[in-house]
Design a protein around this ligand. Structure first.
Ligand code: CP
Length: 312
């Protein structure tokens, strides 16, 4: 693959290849000396048109640990503010010969479009409601390490599915790896046509969590609700907030996940989030650096194998 735009184009063997390499980078990241030269001589530009803590920091650390020259574009301070378009901005940076462009953008499809205009490898760091592939990969790595496998697991994704690129990428990945995916949440936060994805849908959280291996919580993404249905936080927490009682319906060894940023007391009880016997939220963050190192390493191998002009 020339780019990492989504989980959709990946085969199960591609996913396993990325996760196997990520495991090796987890080991490297736990050493005192964290450096490799997999990206030595290459230039990585991070362009985040939406806020980020985890994705931006981990892509930056990943590039630096692999020896790339990493530049973070401060998009709020860029000439986008003077009316320059996304594509013109990307073409301008492309003329500086980057090798890897990491892009987050509020519009679904914007990163795909950009990848067709530039002649470097593009990694999607989240585009609108479409995909967030490195998030799904880091979630998969976390699950595989906690459960010892990534197939035939029962996984509940709970909350605001409709606005979530994290849910979409996870549904696609977990389905490709032959897991049973349940979606739990109010019908107003379920996307239209979701049954086509081969998932089960539950409005009742206790039913949806019954005997699952993994509980994945999502934030209410108010920034994408554009004036539509916005539930009250109290009512939402009562029906869909993960607390000890609701978690009691899952398997006794079920793990609790959240991609972050989380809103304590809205979709998750703070004590559950901090319970090191159940919550793997900090492990997810750790896996995020390793997965991004693996993804960029594999794209760089592809770059080095092909002259730029013939890249699709
Ligand atoms: N999970 C995630 O994408 O977090 P950030 O928005 O902080 O990058």
């Amino acid at each position: 693959h020339a780019h990492l735009l989504g989980i959709e184009p990946l085969a199960p063997s591609d996913i396993s290849t990325i996760l196997d390499l990520s495991d090796r980078y987890v080991d490297l990241n736990r050493r005192d000396q964290k450096h490799s030269d997999a990206l030595a001589g290459l230039t990585q530009i991070n362009m985040f048109f939406e806020n980020s803590t985890r994705t931006q920091a981990s892509f930056e650390l990943a590039g630096k640990r692999l020896g790339a020259d990493v530049m973070n574009m401060a998009m709020q301070a860029s000439s986008i503010k003077k009316g320059e378009t996304l594509i013109d901005t990307a073409m301008t940076l492309n003329a500086m010969h980057p090798d890897l462009l990491v892009v987050r953008h509020p519009q679904s499809g914007a990163v795909d479009l950009l990848s067709q205009k530039v002649n470097c490898a593009v990694l999607n760091a989240g585009d609108g409601r479409h995909e967030h592939p490195t998030q799904a990969l880091l979630d998969a790595l976390t699950i595989r390490r906690a459960k010892g496998r990534l197939h035939r697991l029962s996984i509940a994704i709970c909350g605001d599915i409709a606005h979530s690129r994290v849910a979409r990428s996870n549904i696609i990945l977990l389905g490709k790896m032959e897991n049973r995916v349940r979606l739990v949440g109010p019908s107003t936060l379920m996307p239209a046509g979701i049954s086509e994805f081969g998932v089960e849908v539950f409005e009742d959280m206790r039913e949806g969590l019954r005997d699952v291996d993994v509980v994945m919580m999502l934030r209410l993404q108010r920034e994408r609700m554009d004036g539509g249905f916005i539930p009250s936080e109290r009512e939402y927490y009562h029906r869909y907030g993960l607390d000890a009682e609701k978690l009691g319906h899952a398997k006794a060894d079920a793990i609790v996940m959240h991609p972050g940023p989380m809103n304590r007391g809205v979709e998750i009880d703070g004590e559950i989030a901090d319970d090191i016997n159940r919550s793997v939220i900090q492990e997810q963050v750790e896996m995020g650096v390793a997965v991004r190192m693996a993804a960029m390493d594999l794209l760089a191998r592809n770059l080095r194998a092909k002259p730029k002009e013939v890249m699709a």
